[in-house]
Write a protein that binds this ligand. Structure first.
Ligand code: KIV
Ligand code: ZN
Length: 528
């Protein structure tokens, strides 16, 4: 058997190509509290293009005007990847998806319909024949707009196999070029999932006319293993998300599945087109923009993924890195050094570092970040990558969400035997009016939040609150991530400051601004 570099050369020339279908912006964004605005989605889409994914699923256009607009804008700028839009087998969904991807260089419509018994009986209330009929009609309608149509039998892994084969055969006949087999509820196991794929190859007569794809959820922590088992059984497209983001326990993690294929061509006998050096930057970007942190010990991109603590390991690493490291961190884009910037760093150094971190900013955007960078450097001696990411994130946030409310000033008192009090001045940006109020609470943060709720007249409830230091050191930026819930919708907000009470208030106002924007959008849709 070939070893080491030889294996990789062999892999690059002979092995079948697995298409990487990224659904961070659609399924990933469905994860509670992970909502992204259009500008943020565009930035992620650009990075996905640099990562060299084959398909970007940009959204589900029928669900909101925002989703439609994000898909439309992404379709307008992405040239090297297919851009897909999701649709149910419903005419208005498909028409809207087609409109959204119209400007794409390579448009794809992804149509889905549930096929399992439980979904047929309790969700769709339709018989098997009707499911086949609407699936076929959906694919045909999508094909009237674009060449490239994908079909997903939702909850495929819990669908009776003979019926699944029937559906797959019918949609291929109707013109689906890709058939995606979802393990929607993360119920499958590697053996079972491979069996489903093998069964399809054995029973669907026209299967050679379509690419078989897989889409695994991670409820049992098996999404990556199931996807890889499917590749061994013949699947040639994997649907996945950056950092494994997604509903509930998430989706198959892009970085894990790609690196498994890259590191073990002897086992999976396949390759992808992914530029693995872009993995770490996009992981950081997605975590920073969604506010969903990557766990420390997460494979490939976690903070500890390449950290060696024990003496035995460190000794081995010094003699030969390969004793305890199967991958080179630089292969996944982890920078060799942590460059620290400071007060005396110029715009040029900042620009270089932003590029290394994976940001593609315009000169005007760099100017804005540089302004904030200088202000931060006056408060903080060393500026780390995390600080820079925070500055970029704030810039995107401000540009896209707009600000219904702006903090003018905050004063709090707290301490032993004192009633915690917050006095706040807010600017209503629509009217320019500045309002002042004060409130008491269990602590200064609680007082500030009660005060803001009263001032803005919103009914949101605080569901989650997390405070962490972005970097080490006493002058570290404190970052607050929180989630507000209003009318069953959740809105995430983030704020950063060297003062943690100010960071909390900024996060609260940031979430309220998202909530206000969503409420205004909904009103526009309801009363156009
Ligand atoms: O999990 C799922 O079944 C999906 C489909 C829409 C592909 O996300
Ligand atoms: Zn899914």
């Amino acid at each position: 058997m070939a070893t080491g570099d030889q294996q990789h050369i062999q892999a690059a020339t002979e092995l079948p190509m697995i298409r990487i279908f990224d659904t961070t912006l659609r399924d990933g964004e469905q994860s509670p509290g992970a909502s992204l605005n259009t500008r943020e989605k565009l930035e992620i889409a650009r990075q996905l293009e640099l990562l060299n994914v084959d398909i970007i699923e940009a959204g589900f256009p029928i669900t909101s005007n925002d989703d439609f607009e994000a898909v439309r804008q992404i379709a307008g700028v992405i040239r090297n990847c297919s851009v897909a839009a999701l649709a149910r087998t419903v005419e208005k969904d498909i028409v809207r998806a087609a409109e959204a991807v119209r400007e794409a260089a390579k448009p794809r419509i992804h149509v889905f319909c549930a096929t399992s018994k439980i979904h047929r009986e309790y969700k769709l209330k339709r018989a098997k024949e009707e499911i086949i009929k609407i699936s076929v009609e959906g694919v045909k309608l999508a094909r009237s707009f674009v060449e490239d149509v994908e079909f997903s039998p939702e909850d495929a892994s819990r669908t009776e196999l003979p019926f699944l084969s029937e559906v797959v055969e019918a949609v291929i006949e109707a013109g689906a070029g890709t058939v995606n087999i979802p393990d929607t509820v993360g119920y499958s196991t590697p053996d079972h999932f491979a069996h489903v794929i093998t069964h399809l190859f054995a029973t669907v007569k026209n299967i050679h006319r379509a690419v078989i794809s897989v889409h695994c959820h991670n409820d049992l922590g098996l999404a990556v293993a199931n996807s890889l088992a499917a590749v061994q059984a013949g699947a040639r497209q994997i649907e996945c998300t950056v950092n494994g983001l997604g509903e509930r326990a998430g989706n198959c993690s892009l970085e894990e599945v790609v690196m498994a294929i890259k590191m073990r061509p002897d086992v999976f006998k396949a390759q992808t087109r992914i530029n693995t050096k872009r993995i770490y930057p996009i992981s950081r970007l997605v975590s920073s923009l969604t506010g969903i942190h990557v766990q420390r010990n997460k494979a490939i991109v976690g903070e500890n993924a390449f950290a060696h603590e024990s003496g035995i390991h460190q000794h081995g690493m010094l003699s030969n890195r390969k004793t305890y490291e199967i991958m080179d961190p630089e292969d996944v884009g982890i920078p060799a050094s942590k460059l620290v910037l400071g007060k005396h760093s110029g715009r040029h150094a900042l620009r270089d570092r932003l590029i290394q971190l994976g940001f593609e900013l315009t000169e005007e955007q760099i100017d804005k970040v540089f302004e904030q960078f200088k202000a931060l450097a006056d408060r903080k001696k060393e500026i780390f990558d995390e600080d820079l990411e925070a500055l970029v994130k704030d810039m995107f946030d401000e540009a896209s969400n707009g600000r219904a409310w702006e903090l003018v000033s905050l004063q709090t008192t707290a301490g032993t035997n004192t009633v915690p009090t917050a006095t706040i001045k807010l600017r209503n940006t629509a009217t320019g009016e500045i309002i002042t109020d004060a409130a008491t609470g269990d602590g200064p943060i609680d007082a500030a939040f009660s005060c803001i709720l009263r001032m803005t007249g919103t009914d949101a409830v605080l569901r989650e609150f997390e405070l962490r230091a972005l970097t080490g050191g006493r002058d570290a930026l404190g970052e607050v991530s929180l989630e507000l819930v209003s009318r069953a919708r959740s809105f995430r907000g983030r704020g950063r400051s060297t003062d943690v009470i100010e960071a909390s208030v900024l996060a609260y106002i940031n979430a309220l601004n998202r909530l206000t924007r969503a409420t205004n959008d909904r009103q526009k849709v309801e009363n156009p």
